[in-house]
Design a protein around this ligand. Structure first.
Ligand code: ZN
Length: 80
């Protein structure tokens, strides 16, 4: 079986189960831990933006993920 690696933290994902232990966004695969971090980062960002709109929602998700791929972790605003 081909090992799948999280594109953000680069950890191997064992027995990947789509939408449970692996999450796929366009060309980026993320593990459960990084998906949780993404959700936290999104919550922090969405709070500052209104009204809700799926266009910018998806754009921000991808921006956070692409930053995460470069940094090796999801950057959560306000968390130090
Ligand atoms: Zn990860």
């Amino acid at each position: 079986m081909k090992a799948i690696y999280c594109d953000v933290c680069k950890k191997a994902i064992e027995n990947p189960i789509p939408t449970r232990t692996i999450f796929h966004f366009t060309d980026i695969d993320v593990c459960e831990t990084c998906k949780d971090e993404l959700d936290v980062a999104m919550k922090a960002t969405v709070r500052t933006k209104a009204p809700f709109n799926y266009d910018w929602h998806d754009e921000i998700v991808l921006k956070i993920l692409r930053d995460g791929v470069q940094r090796g972790r999801i950057d959560i605003k306000g968390r130090r």
